[in-house]
Write a protein that binds this ligand. Structure first.
Ligand code: NIG
Ligand code: FE
Length: 427
């Protein structure tokens, strides 16, 4: 018989229960909280979520076989779903970070062969084992900040073999860590230096060689493109995404991050599942995303870490009825943070999203943006038991106190995968 586990004495069980679709407009503020709630997990799935009395009756009925966790008056939430990350790479870019602190810009550093290309050089040099070892360090960071699922992009190899190496590393990390990885092929992250003078040949390499192999080996669920002036034009992006679709991959796009480059309109035209970044997207672009049903993924960590103040227009998107998602964009250049609570803090302080909206954006809406809304992202009977007991009395503290780690215990598939020692237990 499958083992059972109950969590009782929770000040709030933030369930995110609701309609079986991404939440829009005022729905983003409805978290379906059970005060003094509790939860029963059987095997790797959630069995029942309800009042403390209801769950205590079920514990009694199950005899001695149920492990009971006293949450000590803390808050329980679904694990965060981080729907945009670049978590497999070699080296760091701490040197470039220092250069930016002295005044250089991200684009200047990229133009002189740094940026994505400096990580590309280190990643090409690294073996699969070295990439997996580095990836495990970051997997720990995601888990300890309360994230249980990450979308994971390749994009630092930029040769057939090196892109496949990154996707194989992601596959290995998915099976060897408790974190769930959803793989995305991002061969179109940059034009590698050896193709700079004949870029169309690199686009052909992606379309004719990389994508067919990625699809054949089933190494990715999604394809993404960095659509940006000086990186991939809208025309080139359209080619790559159309080819990916014909290989059966879902579509995502880095759009309008550094300039208004037509990325949002392209996302709408192709009906991609998501359009990510959108710092420069205007009202026309927002309307196009809305009518095409594209989910915006907003990444305030990269705005913050690049020292910019140009945050995406989250309020306009929420008022316009878009199913907004928040993610970290964890990567070694523009956003070196794995922390969703940090992103929640930025979203409230700089994008005027309420803590409730941010939690919806980083759980249930994020799950739908990965085609997993029926499995994760809320605490509903039947879903995978990915949840976190945060050392908070109420959910708003997650966005309010920043620069600390909130999770007390983290569970993935019903198993405890992280525990932090706390010196002053709650009630
Ligand atoms: O999402 N925009 C493109 N890619 C990343 C940056 C990657 C890097 O700097 O290594 C981003 O911000
Ligand atoms: Fe990114």
């Amino acid at each position: 018989m499958a083992s059972s586990l109950a969590v009782i004495n929770c000040s709030q069980v933030v369930t995110l229960a609701g309609p079986a679709r991404p939440r829009v407009g005022p729905e983003m503020r409805e978290l379906s909280i059970i005060e003094d709630g509790a939860m029963l997990v059987v095997g790797e799935r959630i069995a029942t979520v309800g009042s403390r009395n209801e769950i205590e009756r079920l514990i009694e009925a199950s005899g001695a076989g149920c492990e009971v966790i006293d949450a000590g008056g803390r808050v329980v939430l679904p694990g965060f779903v981080d729907a945009h990350t670049h978590p497999v790479f070699a080296g760091t870019r701490a040197g470039e970070f220092e250069e930016r602190a002295k005044g250089a810009t991200y684009q200047e550093i990229a133009a002189r062969g740094g940026g994505i290309q400096s990580t590309m050089r280190a990643t090409r040099e690294a073996s699969l084992d070295q990439l997996v070892a580095a990836g495990k360090r970051y997997a720990d960071w995601f888990l300890r900040t309360g994230t249980t699922t990450v979308e994971a992009k390749s994009g630092y190899g930029l040769t057939v073999e090196d892109e496949l190496k990154l996707l194989r590393a992601i596959k290995q990390l998915n099976s060897e860590t408790p974190l769930m990885y959803v793989p995305t092929f991002l061969g179109a992250h940059d034009i590698p230096p050896e193709y700079k003078s004949h870029r169309e040949q690199y686009v052909s390499l992606i379309v004719d060689e990389m994508l067919p192999q990625v699809a054949e080996e089933k190494l990715a669920e999604f394809c993404d493109v960095f659509c940006e002036a000086k990186v991939f034009t809208t025309e080139e992006s359209r080619k790559v995404l159309a080819a990916a679709r014909s290989q059966g991959l879902g579509l995502r796009i880095h759009a309008d991050q550094l300039s208004l480059s037509g990325g949002a309109e392209l996302a709408a035209e192709l009906h991609t599942l998501t359009a990510d970044h959108l710092e420069h997207t205007d009202a026309k672009g927002i309307a196009a995303l809305r009518s095409a049903g594209v989910q915006p993924i907003l990444l305030p960590g990269s705005v913050y870490a690049l020292g910019s103040s140009r945050y995406p227009a989250a309020r306009e998107m929420i008022e316009g009825g878009l199913a907004v998602v928040l993610a970290t964009d964890f990567n070694p250049g523009s956003s070196p943070t794995p922390s969703m609570p940090m992103i929640l803090s930025l979203a409230s302080a700089h994008m005027k999203m309420t803590p409730a909206e941010s939690i919806t954006a980083s759980t249930i809406n994020a799950a739908y943006s990965l085609n997993r809304g029926d499995q994760i992202g809320s605490l509903d009977a039947g879903k995978i038991a990915d949840f976190v007991i945060h050392d908070c009395e109420e959910y708003r503290e997650l966005a309010y106190f920043f620069g600390i780690e909130h999770p007390w215990r983290v569970f993935a598939g019903g198993m405890m995968v992280y525990e932090r020692r706390v010196t002053s237990p709650q009630a």
